[in-house]
Design a protein around this ligand. Sequence first.
Ligand code: DC
Length: 220
Amino acid sequence: MINIALDGPAGSGKSTVAKILSNKLDILYLDTGAMYRACGLKCKNLGVSVKDEVAVSSFIDGIDLKIEYKNGTQITILDGVDVSTDIRKPEVSMLASDVSALKCVRLKMVDMQRKIASSMDCVLDGRDIGSFVLPNAKFKYFVTADSKVRAERRYKELVERGTPVDFDELHKEILQRDYNDSHRDFAPLKQADDAIVVDTSTMSVDEVVNYILSDVNRRK
Ligand code: DC
């Protein structure tokens, strides 16, 4: 079984790299952030605070969340509805970051992720894949970049999608999420001791993909 763990902060480029890598290796790509985003959206739909652990724990075990694949692309389905586009909205990013700090949410999502990873070869991107979800994964990379570079990438992505945002706001939001994601008590954003660090600040997507791909091919 090949499991490739790609962890790192928001906007580091890991999802872009994960998609291309999975394509080249012809294995699945599991975007674990999408799962936390769907949990954040569920709270919003229910009118429940993402910080209210008691309220969230009352529904999280029974959450109707499915990950499917259409032409190799992940589709996130919440309560029978395709929410793949809605979960990308900036307001959902903060909800996801906050709700992902709750232990009950992480335990449920991690359980789902481990089941998927044990049944097929895949590339997983997230914050805690190498350090917590799959500590025994053979291939672990910690993909990072300067926060301004990460904000610029997200800015371009959102503008291309027709969701214009204020750059400074976006940068602030990224710094806030970095802080949130790495300071939560349970399974924070963390570089696994045996992960290879890839600083993508001055690297092109192709360079990052080729770097990881050659390492995987050399060791697999
Ligand atoms: O990768 P992303 O921006 O789509 O992730 C959204 C949020 O989900 C992020 O702020 C932190 C959380 N997350 C997490 O805690 N653990 C993961 N494995 C993936 C995402």
